[in-house]
Design a protein around this ligand. Structure first.
Ligand code: MCA
Ligand code: AMP
Length: 459
């Protein structure tokens, strides 16, 4: 099999093949740096972790793992001790020190041949993602799954080496890392990572393809001058959370480009998308990409009709699915049906023409804020670790800019909401902290003692 990221795509190298935070690198330099990082791996390295800042060092380290067949675990750079300890303990990965990566970057050797490609079914990445309860689970993604998805997306989006991909998304999730870096390297298009996904940075970058989460597109439409600067692009792609119809319409109006929406999950990679050469519909996420099958299942487990109206749980299968949650056979088994389909937990409708619309999530305990998936249970656990907190319930509340904002209802003595927000940000990642903390005398519970979250947001 061709490696997931080949050293060459058969075209002349460019000195700015990959630009991260203003630093250009040729493909040869990048592979040379990756070899220098890999030279620091132990002979029997089980997995390596990297603080995935938006930097050339992160890209080189990920490539080092991919070329050497050592699974890579990207850690959110702002993750606090509670989250880091869990990720490193669960994965057994060694966290590379920033100095080790800096030294490799400084040496920038070139012309170092890459070793033979790892086996297709070897684990390439372990990405930590939240469930409804407990700490994040490690999603194991193979080289073959990543390659299959990137090829399907290149086909759907007519993505070629002539493109210049621009985005500023985090490098510890599928969107920014897999699609936004490995996708460009596999296709052979240039990629410009803007460090942060701001409207100004996108406007200045002069790309042909742009990636963003809905919050990014909403902010772009709030800055009409920046939005108009994107008019020369070929494709604006939105994903990771629902793109509100008004944002879709405004973006199309300001740029003259109708956005392509696509749907996916860390566990399945991107499974459904509009096509560059096809229809694009506000509120709909498109058709299954090459190699994906989908079905809808009603609450009673029977198939739901594809009539564009009947809702059901979306289930998927295909070559791009993950190989289970690391060390969690129980959770892995639960996420598949008896006949082998992955249960997304998303509620959807499918039209007679095969178009998919995501209606919502089956569980309210998975929150999507700014495109980040945050488990209510993990934030509740972090809050309960504070000595002053007696009870905590975390919910996602609709929010114009973020899609949902994280709100915590807490029973506590002698502590302010501000202190609790800072406490969560320190022990988990900054994006997991509640936007608002509401202190209550008690939480509404049912006869079984379970917190009635609906009452919290309605009352
Ligand atoms: C935030 N701030 C706060 C609080 N929350 N301050 C006090 N209390 C709080 N509770 C601060 C922030 O630190 C920041 O400060 C400022 O407020 C603005 O924060 P925010 O509104 O969150 O904006 P942002 O920091 O600009 O982030 C928005 C973002 C970000 C750039 C859209 O959410 C993001 O990068 N999202 C991408 C997530 C993603 O890639 N998901 C993909 C998952 P300061 O300005 O000082 O820093 S993969 C996936 O979903 C699947 C596979 C798929 O389909 O793609
Ligand atoms: P994550 O694991 O961070 O990859 O989050 C996956 C979840 O993001 C999915 O289960 C959906 O709930 C949501 N999601 C991703 N893309 C879209 C989209 N285009 N529309 C609606 N929801 C989406």
């Amino acid at each position: 099999m061709t490696p997931l990221v080949p050293e060459s795509v058969g075209l002349p190298d460019r000195r700015d093949a990959v630009v991260v935070d203003g630093t250009p690198m040729s493909r040869e330099e990048l592979f040379g740096t990756a070899a220098a990082v890999a030279a620091r791996f132990d002979a029997d390295e089980a997995a390596v972790a990297v603080r995935a800042t938006p930097s050339p060092g992160t890209v080189a380290t990920v490539l080092a793992g991919l070329t050497r067949g050592v699974p890579v675990v990207p850690v959110p750079p702002d993750a606090g001790p509670r989250e880091v300890d869990h990720i490193l303990g669960d994965s057994g990965a060694r966290l590379l020190a920033d100095e080790e990566i800096d030294a490799a970057l400084a040496s920038r050797p070139s012309g170092v041949p890459a070793p033979a490609a790892p086996a297709p079914d070897a684990t390439a990445l372990i990405l930590y993602t939240s469930g409804t309860t407990g700490p994040p689970k490690g999603v194991q993604l193979s080289h073959a799954a990543l390659a299959a998805d990137l090829d399907a997306l290149a086909d759907a989006w007519a993505w070629t080496p002539d493109d210049v991909l621009v985005h500023g998304l985090p490098l510890f999730h599928v969107h920014g890392l897999v699609l936004g870096v490995l996708g460009a390297l596999r296709v052979g298009s240039r990629v410009v990572h803007t460090r942060r996904p701001t409207p100004e940075a996108y406007a200045k970058a002069g790309g042909s393809v742009y990636f963003g989460v809905p919050t990014v597109w909403s902010r772009v439409t709030d800055d009409p001058e920046a939005a108009r600067a994107l008019a020369g692009a070929r494709l604006l792609v939105s994903g990771s959370a629902p793109l509100p119809v008004p944002v879709f319409d405004r973006l199309a109006g300001l740029t003259g480009l109708v956005p392509v929406e696509r749907y996916g999950m860390t566990e399945t990679l991107i499974t459904v998308s509009a096509r560059a050469d096809g229809d694009k519909r506000a509120g709909w996420v498109g058709l299954p990409v090459d190699g994906v099958e989908t079905r809808l299942t009603g609450e009673d487990g029977t198939p739901a009709p594809r009539d564009g109206e009947t809702v059901g749980e979306l289930q998927v299968r295909g070559r791009m699915l993950f190989d289970g949650y690391l060390n969690r056979p129980d959770a892995t088994a639960e996420s598949f049906t008896a006949d082998g389909w992955f249960r997304t937990g998303d509620v959807a409708v499918i039209g007679a023409d095969g178009w998919h619309r995501i209606v919502g999530r089956a569980s309210t305990d998975l929150i999507k804020s700014g495109g980040y998936r945050v488990g209510a249970g993990e934030v509740e656990g972090a809050l309960l670790a504070h000595p002053a907190v007696r009870e905590a319930a975390v919910v996602g509340v609709p929010h114009d800019d973020l899609g949902q904002e994280i709100v915590a209802f807490v029973v506590a003595d002698g502590v302010t909401g501000h202190e609790l927000t800072a406490f969560v940000a320190e022990s988990l990642s900054v994006h997991k902290r509640p936007r608002r903390v509401v202190l209550r005398g008690e939480l509404p519970r049912n006869a079984m003692g379970k917190v009635q979250k609906k009452q919290l947001t309605e009352g």
